[in-house]
Design a protein around this ligand. Structure first.
Ligand SMILES: [Zn+2]
Length: 127
């Protein structure tokens, strides 16, 4: 099914993303990843494992499994590269297209539900 051309683009925001633009796809990777060859290779393999098209449940499952990403290198890169934190954004605007990141949306939903549950718990204890 991999019939579209996939282009590689080096950017200064986020870590690694794969965007589908209909007739072609683009994998964006942070340019500083080149200083972390194992992490770069792992993230590229991860992005190639994603499905064609945006907004897929299979992509969420792949991100939850966190496949192929060397964790120690990942955290070192994350804390040394402030622009990498843009990866947490649930919305990306690329090529005049708004792209929702299903994995980020899910993460934010879990985080907000956790805050809500903790907030209700604190309220019950205090009142
Ligand atoms: Zn992913």
């Amino acid at each position: 099914m991999a019939s579209k051309p996939i282009y590689l683009n080096f950017v200064d925001k986020g870590i690694a993303n794969r965007f589908d633009y209909g007739s072609w796809e683009e994998i964006e990777v942070h340019k500083h990843l080149l200083k972390y060859p194992k992490l770069y290779e792992g993230l590229l393999k991860h992005e190639f494992s994603h499905q064609e098209g945006n907004h897929k449940l299979a992509d969420l499952m792949l991100d939850i499994k966190y496949d192929g990403i060397p964790k120690p290198g990942f955290y070192k890169f994350l804390f040394k590269t402030p622009g990498a934190w843009w990866q947490l954004s649930p919305v990306w605007i690329r090529n005049k297209t708004i792209i929702w990141d299903v994995s980020s949306l899910f993460m934010w939903l879990v985080f907000l539900l956790g805050c809500l549950i903790i907030g209700i718990g604190i309220k019950e204890v205090l009142i």
